[in-house]
Design a protein around this ligand. Structure first.
Ligand code: CA
Length: 425
């Protein structure tokens, strides 16, 4: 599914939501008037001004498609007549933070003690609803509560931009118009049907709304009316919120009764070339290779298939990831995000913190340095796709091959030392 923040630089994840939330309704900053950093022709200041001037016509051109979706002319006029573009969103759309937050900072922020305690209290308070949702959808309540906790701090931090205005702006202006036309039309359908109170359909600048940050098109695919009042209200009805989020994960392939993964200790002499998403073995096979759970408990399901993930390289903790980890990544495709969800879920269940230390002394490469590292690898013939400053599985594989060629530990971690090696050789 294409969820809340799919198109945002994956590593900043929910930070963008947080940034949107800090923009209060009372005094929102104006558009900078600057061309966007992406260099896209639709993001120049002139293109933005031209498109903004054509905003009303653009909305009217979308009317036939809205009509095909069953939106009445009256609804269309009621909901769009007073809409103006929110051009500040153009700055946010092209924001490329120079510094990438290290995964340990990200996890510290999202799984801190107050968030754990608050989640445990809410799990107890809403036990009956979670019982029912778990029974119907087979999705672990702790994962649902963790998504709730990470996406909106349990509904206490939801952006306050009207979703229809944000999606209308992005549907008519800027470089993501085809994507956001679908979101705008889906938001109109929600308002036309009355699933969510119009003045409560608010959220991030990208149009994600409600405690678990549904995008309008995800709402269309996954939202359910669990409390039986005839409305799929993923904003104000917690039964609808939990059930819709569970339905989303279930439709995306959630395996009932299985966790997301385990923190593991690697044996001495571990072959780091195996720490690769493409190298899947059963938990039993990993055990035979010497892997153990960090907390010393036995693996509950030895036949599950899993791969080894080292989010911070050989110097940091190791994890064994089960198929449900990939399901969480469909909700928001960033490893750090999925790890935060999985770990917060464990903490809510009463388990302890991550036991192996993070390499907190390790300087983190800036986005520009990441791009440079990728370009230098590409020039040496390592195929990693496009040098976009994001270190994904392909970049990691390329780094690993480069490390192996030098006789270094091939952990695939984009470190300052590796960049220096690439510059030197
Ligand atoms: Ca309902």
């Amino acid at each position: 599914s294409v969820h809340a923040l799919t198109f945002i630089v994956a590593a900043i994840g929910t930070l963008a939501t947080a940034a949107a939330q800090q923009t209060g309704p009372s005094n929102p900053p104006d558009w900078s008037g600057q061309s966007g950093a992406s260099g896209h022709p639709l993001m120049t200041a002139e293109a933005i001004r031209t498109a903004a001037a054509d905003f009303r016509n653009c909305l009217e051109r979308l009317w036939p498609e809205a009509a095909r979706r069953g939106v009445s002319r009256e609804s269309f006029i009621n909901h769009t007549a007073w809409l103006t573009p929110d051009l500040r969103i153009m700055d946010l759309l092209d924001a490329q933070p120079e510094f990438v937050r290290p995964v340990w900072d990200y996890l510290d922020g999202l799984t801190a003690e107050p968030r754990v305690r608050m989640g445990q209290e809410l799990l107890a308070k809403h036990r009956a609803v979670f019982d029912q949702v778990e029974q119907v959808y087979g999705v672990d309540r702790h994962i649902l509560a963790a998504i709730w906790g990470v996406e909106s701090r349990y509904g206490t931090m939801i952006g306050d931009r009207p979703v229809l205005r944000s999606t209308a702006t992005l549907a008519c202006i800027g470089r993501r118009q085809p994507f956001f036309r679908e979101e705008f039309l889906a938001a109109l359908e929600i308002l036309h049907r009355g699933d969510v109170r119009p003045d409560h359909l608010k959220g991030s600048w990208a149009g994600a709304f409600g405690p678990t940050q549904f995008m309008p098109t995800s709402f269309k695919r996954y939202a359910v009316d669990f409390d039986g009042d005839g409305r799929r209200d993923v904003v104000d009805s917690l039964p609808d919120v939990f059930a819709s989020t569970a339905n989303n994960l279930k439709q995306d392939g959630w395996t009932s009764g299985q966790s997301w993964g385990y923190e593991v200790l690697l044996p001495a002499g571990f072959d780091y070339m195996l720490a690769d998403r493409a190298r899947q073995f059963t938990v039993r096979e990993w055990e035979q290779m010497g892997l153990r759970r960090a907390d010393g408990r036995p693996f509950p399901r030895p036949d599950d298939r899993a791969y080894v993930l080292l989010p911070a390289g050989a110097q940091g903790p190791a994890f064994l990831m089960l198929p449900n980890f990939a399901v969480i990544m469909k909700y928001n495709p960033a490893e750090a995000y999925a790890l935060a969800i999985g770990h917060l879920a464990d903490r809510l269940r009463g388990e302890g913190p991550i036991l192996q230390p993070w390499p907190r002394h390790e300087p983190v490469l800036t986005r520009e340095e990441r791009r440079e590292l990728q370009e230098r690898l590409l020039r040496r013939g390592f195929d990693l796709g496009e040098a976009d400053g994001r270190i994904g599985p392909r970049s990691r594989a390329a780094i690993r091959q480069f490390q192996a060629s030098l006789g270094l530990i091939p952990d695939g971690f984009a470190s300052v030392a590796i960049l220096q090696r690439l510059r030197d050789h």
